[in-house]
Design a protein around this ligand. Sequence first.
Ligand SMILES: NC(=O)c1ccc[n+]([C@@H]2O[C@H](COP(=O)([O-])OP(=O)(O)OC[C@H]3O[C@@H](n4cnc5c(N)ncnc54)[C@H](OP(=O)(O)O)[C@@H]3O)[C@@H](O)[C@H]2O)c1
Length: 269
Amino acid sequence: MNNQNQVIFFGGGNMAQAIIAGLIKCNIDKNKLIVIDPDKNKRQEIEKKFTVLAQEEIKNHEDNATFILATKPDQIPLVCEGIKGRINNQLIISIAAGVKISFIQGRLNNYDQIVRTMPNLVAQIQKSVTAAYAHPNLKKTNKALANFVLESFGDCIWVNDEKKLNAATAISGSGPAYVFLFLQAIISAGENIGLTLEESQALALKMLQGSAMFAENNISKLETLIKNVTSKGGTTDKALSHFKEKNFQKIIGNAINAAYKRAEEIGDN
Ligand SMILES: NC(=O)c1ccc[n+]([C@@H]2O[C@H](COP(=O)([O-])OP(=O)(O)OC[C@H]3O[C@@H](n4cnc5c(N)ncnc54)[C@H](OP(=O)(O)O)[C@@H]3O)[C@@H](O)[C@H]2O)c1
């Protein structure tokens, strides 16, 4: 695998820009990156920010280029229409939530070198965890290429069933928003009990970062970790009892289930 393959983005929005930032950090030659976006302002923004080429429509490209479908899901048919005459050997990576591989394949004259993925927004700092599903006919070389691209902005977890991408959407795709909400609630609670906003932000953020890092090496022992912070009748015990009484786990479970169902609905439309 080399880092000299051309990568062409269809859609230059938040996610495409996050991925471009990741690829550039991986020393991809900027001359190999092209963004196709109808929005002139977006194209100017991208050219200024990344010094990569941004075009209104696809013009020339290399045969071994990777095409990344990064528009909103409802634009995918239009993008497929625009590229179907150009497909010969390219790897196609879709990041569009809910759009099935069969949908894309059906619009590309049955072409099957397609990977469907679910990244998340922290791709911007190369910390995305991206769930990926490969068309069963995907060539090994294309899988390696996809893995290289996806790991340029974080970790990549390959799943063996496309339906799992809906679960990944509910966990890791939407997940950063849950964490930001939790963080916001803790910061606000801190202010309510006498901390300044800055103090509460610093304490809450560092606590969350440290806890996540610690959990990384103890992920199968979360129950033990909780017990280690908790002494009977103490402060943590009080807070945990309150969470339990208010069905914290059920609230989280229901919220994630709602996201999962929505991902399924989008995929069925
Ligand atoms: N944001 C996330 O956290 C996240 C996470 C996982 C997956 N995703 C998926 O990533 C995809 C992109 O999301 P985003 O947040 O980056 O969206 P976004 O910021 O709206 O970016 C989409 C871009 O595509 C452009 N576009 C529209 N039609 C096009 C066409 N026919 N050809 C080329 N470009 C076109 C849009 O231009 P206009 O604005 O002019 O329409 C816009 O600049 C979505 O499918 C989403 O499901 C997003």
